[in-house]
Design a protein around this ligand. Sequence first.
Ligand SMILES: C[C@](O)(CO)[C@H](O)COP(=O)(O)OP(=O)(O)OC[C@H]1O[C@@H](n2ccc(N)nc2=O)[C@H](O)[C@@H]1O
Ligand SMILES: Nc1ncnc2c1ncn2[C@@H]1O[C@H](COP(=O)(O)OP(=O)(O)OP(=O)(O)O)[C@@H](O)[C@H]1O
Length: 328
Amino acid sequence: MQRVIMKSPAKLNLFLELHRRREDGFHELETVMVAIDRCDQLSITRRDDSELNVTAQWSPSQAAWEQQLPGMPAGSLDLPQGEGNLVYQAVQRFRQRCQIKHGFDIHIEKTIPAGAGMGGASSNAACSLRGVAKLSQIPLSDARIRQTAAEIGSDVPFFLGPTTDQDAKPEGSDASNPLTKGSAALATGRGEQLAEVALAAPISFVVCFPPHPLSTAAVYSICQVPVNPCSAEELLSTMAKGPLEKLSSLLFNRLGKPASTICPPMADLLESMRSIGLNGCQLTGSGSACFGIAESLADANRIATELSKAGYPVSFAASPLPLPTPLQ
Ligand SMILES: C[C@](O)(CO)[C@H](O)COP(=O)(O)OP(=O)(O)OC[C@H]1O[C@@H](n2ccc(N)nc2=O)[C@H](O)[C@@H]1O
Ligand SMILES: Nc1ncnc2c1ncn2[C@@H]1O[C@H](COP(=O)(O)OP(=O)(O)OP(=O)(O)O)[C@@H](O)[C@H]1O
């Protein structure tokens, strides 16, 4: 096999709580993430020589994105190429660890907004590790893949999917829902310790990216660790057993406040989303994208169109997307 074409999904954080700031500068957190069907595409071709080439472009084009998001700060739509791209860093580190001599040509077609809190770069990095392992005949359950992912970023391990097929059968629920199995996980530590969680049925999200990218480090640098942290327990049990109508009241993100301090337009966006009829509107990750829950996918598509017309052109409906298990 010389080439793989892979989908690299985005994620939403349904819950995010901070427990303590660690000596290494990272925060111990508890977050529930769901992969969604807004995906970048990676094409990875094995080379006979040792060259590693990584290129990225917006789909359908940079010009289309610049036209859609005229208010974006200059340069914020420039995608890093080559060594500046997280995919290059992940693959190079993995090649050195596994002494992979051959090179790769990797091209990324981007639809996930950057600086949005949707894990675009992290997802691309995880996807590239899976693809390079496949093209190098390294079993996807090889521990060095997950080890490299954890070193590259806090969100990268999540996108590798369940560790083994056994892990993809979460406790106490019907894990056989083919539309959602393997799409959600509880992450702790700095985000690299994962436990698969069940989702009883698909959820209809509306995601909206205001033209204001946010730096994850900047948001964390002004966050406050609470004295009495919230718990994800009720959210997790409602995800597994329903009623899903209750979900929107259980969504929570401790980074919402620091993110809106840095990006005041987010408050207007959240207000617009609530007034248009979305439930449980909140920030995903460190932002600046926000999401809410609609009654149905048809409703989500209608609301996304309304938000686009109301001045938020990067608005879309999304559903949970099962992450691949190592056997796929
Ligand atoms: C906000 C989330 O997306 C939630 O899923 C993640 O926690 C962020 O993960 P990420 O983008 O992969 O972040 P990294 O690239 O690992 O870290 C970027 C910076 O965010 C801060 N950071 C990140 C994760 C964490 N648990 N605590 C932190 O304080 C640190 O300053 C770190 O230097
Ligand atoms: N493959 C990539 N795709 C997009 N951005 C990348 C990539 N590699 C490096 N970057 C850089 O990383 C920055 C953050 O990108 P993005 O927000 O997609 O990543 P993330 O940190 O995984 O997600 P999150 O916003 O949830 O923290 C971008 O602004 C860009 O400068």
